[in-house]
Design a protein around this ligand. Sequence first.
Ligand SMILES: [Fe+2]
Ligand SMILES: [Fe+2]
Length: 258
Amino acid sequence: MHSLRSAALAPWAQTDPVLKAQATLALDLSLPVGADEALPAPHTGPGRSARPELVPHTQLKAKSMATTEGRAMLVHSIAHIELNAIDLALDVVWRFAGMPDAFYTDWVHIAQEEAKHFSLLRTHLVGMGYDYGDFAAHNTLWDMAERTRGDLLARIGIVPRTMEARGLDASPGVKNKLVSAGDHAAGKILDIILEEEIGHVAAGNRWYRYLCAKRGLDPISTYAELIAQYDAPKLRPPFNMEARRLAGFEEAELAALS
Ligand SMILES: [Fe+2]
Ligand SMILES: [Fe+2]
């Protein structure tokens, strides 16, 4: 029972967000991976605290960036994405057996960077006089995790390469909003996040291509099929082409965006 993959279940199940981030950071990458171990799926989803209240994303209204509350709401919404990202990375580690060891250590490392992102944003939020849980949030990311839990190709094809890649596109605009309103500390946190998120999308691209090669599939046409089959969100411009190139998208994939 002491493999890296089975150890990933404890932070995944942890309901307290701060303890979840701490337990993720404490995962020991020197444990044997246990790549072929079949782990029984828990009956529930990942551990979540009673707050924030989850509402349909259409019910979330932004407030003016001129107010501390408006800026805190924006920081809170990013912290919420990072908390979901911890669970998404851990979920890939424990749920899907039979990949090379490097796949699992990549995804534990990603979970640890997400835990760092969450902690940086949550600490910043506390400095603004708020805390994680104070505003409503949506469950869009976890919904996509649920939909793709039966197939690793779909999970990797869609979550890092579509949802996280969308984060690369959104980052410059979000940073500009906060920095224009005078929140330079948030701007610095977003710089750290963007740099590391490029690495997460790059890992997604690497392992997506590995899975396509193993199944004899064409990465580009397969992606279009996955997007349709799983009803993934439609990507809209502006695209962060520079970050997408750094994350290893090929020119044909970038061209297919527009
Ligand atoms: Fe992140
Ligand atoms: Fe990420």
